[in-house]
Design a protein around this ligand. Structure first.
Ligand SMILES: [Zn+2]
Length: 433
């Protein structure tokens, strides 16, 4: 199958200016040629005139949990079949928002990814981390109440049984747990390195995993040619993770000047998840301090939200000041609990990125930068045959045709109606041209 898009304006995922009058040739699932000037329709199965439109790489959300199709307390009481069906629906919704690739920052995604890759269901490419790995009492310890609920080696706590979360302590257990995720097909490893907001037993300022444990995770990942990404908020945790060799800091909201220098020095990626710019990602229901199975969260979330908002502003200043490498991530959860957030915060977060970083840097963060991150996955890369996040020769045919110039204003992408055509892996999923 050979398709050509003709006479468009091209954003290639990294250049500061559009290239005008461009023809893009797709052969099967790859970009095989890009040229300007006249062309002959001969030899093409499909000619799509995109005069006046911009053609660009498909979007990439580098921090999302596609199997988290509901708030955590709801997931805890969900049947497995419901869990799976909802994840599939959530994945399709992401694709139809223009996200042709996601990096899953932890969850039960291997079966879903297989079904998407086989064409059984629609969805983006998935770079899976599999389970979120945490120490006991850490950010992924989602047992309910204060009980230790393991029966014949199996958790009785419903969330621990989903496969989305796993706890381990000490170097041998960390090694084994990381290797288990690699066995299941993780393209990178996700650990929890500091406390969190919407979790029960780990205050925000806790540092999680010892240096030796973190180093063990990094070593086990490195031996399989890949890297570790860490949920991380605080300066102390960032310092430790940098020393251990963690290469992707998720959130990094409370970064200080020393952290920024260290991140720059070691070439660590920062995946900015600006959910604290609004109320997104934070459940609105609060119990009286006691975690329960349904509809409650720790009281710590509310008072610290203002602090996190300020932290985010400061983080953005440091990223700009030190020219840190950063990615677009949303950490969006389907059916956001906070009522003032739109269901599609995944795109709406581009408003915030534009505010902090401007259109060009935001566009690279949501497209071409990811191609650099993919290189860190080497032989764990599930999609090794083409470039991702770029639109050039030998890229996968993952692309959008949009109304307007996103380099002038990236926020045109917040409106899905501006996406006239969505193609992933050479297949067109939307075409309103
Ligand atoms: Zn997350």
């Amino acid at each position: 199958m050979k398709t050509v898009f003709t006479h468009g304006s091209l954003f290639d995922g990294k250049s500061e200016h559009l290239k005008e009058g461009v023809n893009v040739v797709i052969t099967d699932n790859k970009v095989t040629d890009i040229f300007t000037g006249d062309f002959s329709a001969e030899g093409f199965d499909q000619v799509i005139d995109i005069t006046g439109k911009t053609i660009m790489p498909g979007l990439i959300d580098s921090h999302v949990h596609v199997s988290q199709s509901a708030p955590i307390p709801v997931l805890a009481v969900m049947r497995n079949d419901e869990f799976a069906i909802r994840s599939a629906r959530y994945a399709e919704e992401m694709l139809m928002r223009g996200f042709t690739t996601i990096r899953d920052a932890g969850g039960e995604t291997v079966g879903l990814k297989t079904c998407i890759d086989n064409g059984m269901v629609k969805g983006p490419r998935i770079y899976p981390s599999n389970a979120m790995i945490s120490q006991t009492c850490g950010h992924a310890d989602v047992r309910c109440y204060y009980s230790d609920e393991v029966w014949h080696g199996v958790h009785t706590a419903p969330l621990m049984r989903t496969g989305m979360f796993v706890t381990c302590d000490g170097v041998p257990e960390v090694l084994k747990t990381v290797r288990q995720q690699l066995f299941l097909g993780a393209s990178q490893i996700k650990i929890m390195a500091s406390g969190g907001m919407a979790s029960y037993f780990d205050p925000l300022y806790t540092t999680q995993f010892t240096l030796e444990e973190m180093k063990a995770a990094v070593q086990a990942a490195a031996d399989y040619g890949t890297y570790v990404m860490a949920h991380i908020y605080t300066p102390a945790a960032m310092h430790r993770a940098a020393e251990a060799g963690v290469m992707s800091f998720e959130h990094a909201t409370l970064m200080d000047e020393d952290n920024a220098k260290e991140i720059q020095d070691k070439g660590i990626w920062v995946c900015v998840c600006p959910q604290f710019g609004g109320n997104g990602g934070l459940p609105v229901h609060h119990s009286k301090g006691r975690p329960t199975l349904l509809g409650s969260t720790p009281n710590k979330a509310k008072p610290t939200l203002e602090m996190m908002k300020k932290g985010l502003e400061h983080e953005a200043e440091l990223i700009n000041k030190y020219h840190l490498k950063f990615l677009f991530g949303t950490d969006v959860i389907r059916e956001e609990c906070a009522q003032d957030e739109p269901a599609d915060r995944q795109l709406a977060d581009l408003h915030r990125f534009n505010y902090y970083f401007g259109s060009y840097e935001s566009l690279k963060a949501i497209t071409g930068n990811f191609n650099e991150v993919v290189k860190m996955t080497t032989y764990q890369n599930p999609y090794p045959d083409g470039k991702i996040g770029l639109l050039e020769k030998d890229s996968y045919a993952d692309l959008l045709v949009v109304e307007g110039n996103p380099l002038e204003n990236v926020e045109i992408l917040c409106d899905v109606n501006n996406m006239k055509l969505i193609m992933k892996d050479g297949t067109i999923y939307k075409n309103t041209l």
